[in-house]
Design a protein around this ligand. Structure first.
Ligand code: PLP
Length: 386
């Protein structure tokens, strides 16, 4: 049997994207807030039950909008995990914030909610949570704490569309949620994002910030007869071609989610014997979290073993990757932020983590092949050591 190469990711294509993109070309309307943008926004608002969903060019842009909406200014502190993508921090650094990094829980790789309160100072303005792999942070504790200290909660839900915490969709629990439609995410349009506004008082200003600081949205709704510059802002609109592509994916979201979750369970079941041997660790999903199978990770013993495993899988034609380099360990991270408390898990756990191929279209055979390769690696590895 010839082994097929198994890439790390294959971006989703459901089939209807071409038809919808052609409709946009025929319509001659390519800019923001045209029919497909409206369809996507309505889909998100209905599916998630949020006040307002605004499509943006990326989750990075959504986070930047959130930082403006949160009125983050020079010297304000923003609490977040260090184990995250750079945009989570950059958006707030751009407004002059000091980033306060808090350690993660090893099981989920999410911010440890029990450590947040101790990091709050009188300069703290917001908590940014990252739902790693679409598995929710401990939102009940976090929201309670935020209310107590009058802090805004911004959810970096880049990976979390279709995932829930105690029945509530991720991205709709905090004050503001940020979604990504980058091609590496479960639903995409190449590059894209959405801003979810969960507090009515923030809606008007969010629309203004997205329209270059003008009240153009109100003008289009006929609420005013001229539009003008009223606030700071930028061009944070998604173009209609992207929205058309995205809508074809949202329509299939339920089906895609089911398939991904099935693949996730197959990985888990196939890897459990290796866990029982003590070779690797895999995630346990906390109670109350309904995840979206955005990714499947395992943990090797340490950095060296991880590097060897990834190299071994690569030779076997299997794309496995790691991420993120903790933000506080970088030069800029040290300049714009500080790690509050002890880094017990962020660095250590990030160095052990390996992400396995995970995409709609992955086959059970592929999963078996990946797991077989991992088993072979450990049998050899242990053989050498033993
Ligand atoms: C992908 C991702 C982002 C950035 O999303 P873009 O749409 O590429 O800007 C931000 N945060 C997290 C946690 C992500 O996974």
């Amino acid at each position: 049997m010839k082994l097929q190469a198994i890439p790390f990711n294959v971006p989703l294509v459901t089939g209807r994207e071409r038809t919808y993109v052609e409709q946009v070309i025929s319509s001659g309307k390519f800019s923001g807030d045209q029919p497909f943008t409206k369809l996507c926004s309505e889909w998100l608002e209905q599916k998630l039950g949020c006040q307002k969903a605004l499509l943006t060019p990326s989750c990075t842009h959504s986070l930047e909008m959130a930082a403006i909406l949160a009125n983050i200014g020079e010297g304000d502190e923003v609490i977040m995990p260090s184990y995250t993508f750079v945009s989570t921090a950059n958006a707030f650094v751009l407004r002059g914030a000091k980033i306060v990094f808090v350690d993660i829980e090893p099981q989920t790789m999410n911010i440890d909610s029990a450590l947040i309160e101790n990091a709050v100072t009188e300069r703290t303005k917001a908590i940014v949570v990252v739902h790693y792999g679409g598995v929710s942070c401990e939102m009940e504790t976090i929201m309670e704490l935020a209310r107590k200290h009058s802090l805004l909660v911004i959810e970096d839900a880049a990976q979390a569309l279709m995932a829930e915490y105690k029945g509530n969709p991720l991205g709709t629990i905090g004050d503001i949620g940020c979604l990504s439609f980058h091609e590496t995410k479960n639903y995409h349009c190449g590059e894209g994002g959405a801003l979810l506004i969960n507090r009515p008082v923030l809606v008007d200003r969010a629309e203004i910030i997205r329209e270059k600081g003008t009240n153009r949205s109100r003008f289009f709704r006929g609420q005013i007869d001229k539009y003008t510059w009223v606030d700071i802002g930028s061009s944070y609109l998604m173009n209609e071609l992207s929205a058309a592509f995205l809508y074809a994916q949202l329509e299939e979201a339920e089906k895609v989610n089911e398939v991904r979750k099935r693949l996730w369970v197959q990985y888990r079941e196939a890897l459990l014997p290796l866990v029982e041997k003590g070779w690797i660790e895999i995630a346990e999903i906390p109670e109350g979290c309904s995840h979206n199978a955005h990714l499947f990770f395992l943990k090797a013993k340490d950095l060296e073993e991880r590097s060897n495993l990834i190299a071994f899988l690569k030779k076997a034609g299997i794309g496995a990757v790691f991420h993120y380099i903790p933000l506080h360990s970088t030069e800029i991270g040290r300049r714009v932020g500080r790690f509050h408390g002890e880094d017990l898990f962020t660095t250590k756990e990030s160095e052990r983590l390996v992400r396995l191929p995970m995409y709609y279209g992955l086959k059970q055979d592929d999963i078996e092949q990946v797991v077989k390769a991992i088993r072979t690696f450990y049998e050899k590895h242990w053989g050498v050591k033993g």
